[in-house]
Design a protein around this ligand. Structure first.
Ligand code: AMP
Length: 186
């Protein structure tokens, strides 16, 4: 895996466990030589992940809309910053550049982006692995909800099983990397 797209909050959340995990993910990506693609912000967990990747000597690419960049909240020290016109273009570009997707804690923006990536996998628009870093049980209720939707016949169980869900950064990256190498052995 060379490039991972990370969706996460434009806030840091509380307690600081979320920021520490975002920092740990960014550092681990840099040390494995995995580049970051993300929304290009300097704030919240988005900024924490990007800073950790850059501090670790890795590459971070931000894809941001003109409107968001105009609020001077685009990260100013990224390896690459692409400015696009719409949120749709932004998500398409993030997906195009990445080998896989990870969701960290965040708000509705984070959920929307991640579930689009999962939906596109379901529709076979891509076959890139998707994972959830379930820091401090943050996503437990959402995961229960998804299990309920499986029980109700709206989501195929296989779709949920294909998601890597863990609170362990190394386990998450190993799982995504092994899914990718199983897809393209050698
Ligand atoms: P949320 O999870 O609701 O905090 O939303 C995260 C998403 O909000 C990001 O991925 C972006 O789509 C958007 N967003 C909000 N603020 C910023 C920012 N400063 N820079 C980039 N994207 C932002």
């Amino acid at each position: 895996m060379t490039t991972l797209c990370v969706f996460c909050g434009s806030s840091v959340g509380r307690p600081d466990t979320f920021a520490r995990s975002a920092n740990a993910l960014g550092s681990a990506m840099a040390s494995r030589g995995i580049d970051l693609v993300y929304g290009g912000g300097s704030i919240g967990l988005m900024g924490v992940v990007a800073d950790a990747v850059l501090t670790g000597g890795g590459q971070a690419t931000g894809i941001i809309t003109e409107a968001l960049a105009g609020h001077e909240i685009a990260h100013q020290s990224l390896s690459n910053l692409e400015i696009v016109s719409t949120m749709h273009e932004r998500k398409a570009r993030m997906a195009e550049l990445s080998d896989g997707f990870v969701m960290l804690p965040g708000g509705v923006g984070t959920y929307e982006e991640f579930f689009e990536a999962v939906t596109w996998a379901q529709l076979r628009i891509h076959d890139k692995p998707c994972g959830v870093l379930n820091v401090d049980h943050f996503f437990d209720d959402l995961l229960r909800f998804l299990d309920g939707a499986v029980d109700s016949g709206f989501i195929k169980e296989e779709r949920i099983r294909q998601l890597t869900v863990t609170d362990d950064v190394a386990f998450l990256l190993n799982a995504l990397e092994s899914t990718l190498s199983a897809q393209s052995p050698g």
